[in-house]
Design a protein around this ligand. Structure first.
Ligand code: RUQ
Ligand code: CUA
Ligand code: CA
Length: 637
């Protein structure tokens, strides 16, 4: 029992237990310490033994073995989405979204530029919240949606090909932050918070925010069409959001009810709020054409602000301690949980009481609060294990606290129970945390990821810029056990874990996939079948070079253009063997793209430099990969 260096050894607050007691190798010894505890944190000798044993869930995935869970990590201000296997924490893939990617040609190819639309001019993004589409509160494996705070966008990733297929810029807003999906009956809507309050119209006349024409909007996006279905004006600003399991409600935290422009001002009020949206009521108003529009945008806009103390039909404001941050729906569907950040508490809003709140049957919106447990310093986000426990990150304490929701409610109602189960040190300053399947009815309480903002001394030094530290925690037993440190590059705000059976990507592309439909349509107009033809089409000073590729050669190994021609190279990879991806790089032209089996990809550039220019395949595809080359001759004008 003297594991002096045990990093998990720390007193468990309010229990009199030490972490050594929870995690010592000797179950019998642990049981002895356990009896010194009080309240519900006491475990029987049997459950201690089981706890120690259960916390031994294997996280080692041997070479050749596959992970049980697939995780999607936001790349933060790096802009991409990363795919990891859990529990190995191995990075499996990167999906470029709001960034430019040299390997796949994202942001370079015509197909990706068409998806990025007008916003292709931006080279940066800042994504935070990846979420998997659902049917009846369970992941359906179809899409991932993710926000871009930096350039006010929302993007969709098709999970069958693991590529971004839609990207939209949200009108009338600045900075999309919180993003969640409708869970029930299915992901018809994506809910997206525009964080910052701006003047409407934003025409350079107002710089202050107190004017009535300064506000922000809650965005309800049609997930299939990827168009903003409608927007709701709110009081205050918007931070994080989540939806319920009835399909009717969504909720968002507001930290700037003050409409302040500076730090001090944003902390002035003792309470900010959670705004709850009645999505059904809002939908009805839109259908009945009871909306306005803003500026040039045609998106229906509803006013969800309080007017003279009167609530709108679509919104209710529930006061919670100042500057809340994360908003998480418990996987049992009972609570919206607002995380206190500046307050050591989280506020549990009872979703079953919301119909009464909207029907004005409650005296006080605070009557919806089922409990407000005190957890520790800096609670930011909460996740769930499907067994009635919640886990909250404590940013300032650098801990994850495990607590029991039913006991928190009992304590709030005056019973003497201890709802804290365990506090585990993490390294360091955790923001989000995410337990396996926790956003769905299937929350299975096996693995938890704590996404730590600081890594400090946990890895070899790599200069002033440090990696972050995503830690894997085994929560399958009665105690949490830290099992792995995972360095990550800027900045995985959030991640999401699905069971591997819930995501079924294709191994090779389908012919005529909509991803490159625009390109094959262009080919058809040129009388070209991309699946067989190698042809050069001249169209004024535009030249379209259609070629196939089969390892290890391009269908066209030389072509000639005139200086100043706009050249479009279209490559279709005819290989049908899994994993035989080719690339196309035109040297000294900033041209690079991936062409995976049965994919068509295209890139357009201007041939400005007279002379011979080599092109080559950039993905190692064959023993003769180096020989997979061709030449372009640019004849002087
Ligand atoms: S927010 S660290 Cu961008 Cu998800 Cu809380
Ligand atoms: Cu084709 Cu390398
Ligand atoms: Ca505030």
């Amino acid at each position: 029992m003297t594991h002096e260096k045990d990093p998990q050894q720390k007193p468990v607050e309010n229990t009199g237990l030490s972490r050594r007691g929870f995690l010592g190798a000797s179950a019998a010894g642990a049981a002895l310490v356990g009896t010194a505890g009080i309240g519900s944190a006491v475990m029987s000798r049997e459950s201690w033994a089981a706890a120690v044993k259960n916390a031994q869930q294997n996280y080692h995935v041997a070479p050749g073995e596959l992970d049980e869970y697939i995780g999607f990590w936001s790349g933060g201000h790096q802009g991409e989405v990363r795919v990891l296997g859990i529990p190995s924490m191995r990075e499996l893939m990167r999906i470029p979204v709001f960034n430019i990617d040299s390997a796949t040609g994202w942001g370079i190819t015509n197909e990706s530029k068409a998806i990025m639309g007008d916003s292709a001019k931006f080279l940066n993004g800042d994504c935070h919240h990846p979420h998997i589409s659902m049917t009846d509160g369970r992941y359906d494996g179809k899409y991932i949606f993710i926000n871009d705070k930096a350039n006010t966008r929302v993007a969709r990733i098709r999970l069958d090909i693991m590529k971004c297929d839609k990207m939209i810029t949200i009108p009338n807003c600045q900075a999309i932050h919180g993003l969640r999906l409708q869970k029930v009956p299915y992901t018809k809507y994506v809910f997206a918070n525009a964080e910052f309050i701006i003047p409407h119209p934003n025409d350079g006349k107002l710089f202050d925010l107190q004017d009535d024409n300064c506000y922000t909007l809650y965005n309800i996006i049609d997930a299939e069409a990827m168009e903003v279905a409608f927007q709701i004006i709110v009081d205050g600003n918007l931070d994080n959001t989540d939806a319920d399991y009835t399909g009717r409600f969504a909720a968002a935290t507001c930290y700037n009810s003050e409409k302040a422009t500076d730090l001090g001002g944003m902390m002035r009020n003792e309470r900010d709020w959670v705004v709850v949206f009645d999505i059904e009521a809002a939908e009805k108003a839109v259908k009945a054409k009871k909306f306005t529009t803003l500026g040039n945008s045609k998106v229906p806009v509803l006013d969800g602000r309080k007017r003279n103390g009167k609530d709108s039909p679509f919104t209710r404001y529930i006061p919670v301690p100042k500057n809340p941050h994360g908003l998480n729906t418990s996987s049992d569907g009972k609570y919206f949980i607002a995380n206190g950040k500046l307050s050591p508490t989280v506020s549990m809003i009872e979703i079953a009481k919301l119909p009464d709140l909207f029907a004005n049957k409650l005296k006080d919106p605070r009557d919806t609060i089922a409990a407000e447990p005190e957890l520790g310093l800096g609670p930011l986000h909460t996740t769930f294990d499907g067994r009635g426990n919640a886990y909250t990150t404590l940013f300032i304490d650098s801990q994850v606290v495990k607590w029991n929701m039913a006991d928190a409610v009992r304590a709030y109602n005056g019973e003497k129970v201890n709802y804290i189960r365990q506090k585990l040190d993490v390294h360091y300053q955790p923001g989000h945390l995410h337990a396996s399947l926790c956003e769905t009815r299937d929350a299975d309480g096996k693995w938890l990821i704590a996404l730590c903002k600081f890594s400090k001394d946990r890895f070899l030094p790599v200069g002033p810029l440090h990696p972050e530290n995503d830690q894997l925690i085994d929560i399958s037993g009665d105690v949490m056990k830290l099992v792995h440190d995972g360095p990550t590059y800027a900045e995985p705000h959030d991640c999401i874990l699905a069971h591997r059976s819930q995501v079924k990507p294709k191994k090779i592309w389908s012919r005529n996939d909509p991803f490159f439909a625009g390109t094959t349509a262009m080919a058809k107009k040129d009388g070209v079948d991309v699946y067989s033809d190698n042809k050069i089409i001249r169209d004024g000073n535009k030249v379209r070079v259609y070629m196939t590729s089969v390892a290890p050669s391009f269908g066209i190994t030389e072509f000639k253009v005139k200086q100043g021609d706009e050249v479009t190279v279209v490559v279709t990879n005819l290989d049908q063997i899994e994993d035989v991806s080719h690339g196309f790089v035109m040297v000294n032209h900033g041209v690079s793209m991936e062409i995976s089996p049965q994919q068509t990809a295209s890139v357009t550039f201007v041939a400005n430099d007279p002379g011979l220019h080599w092109y080559y395949c950039s993905w190692f595809c064959h023993a003769l990969h180096m020989e997979m080359v061709g030449r372009m001759l640019v004849e002087p004008a």
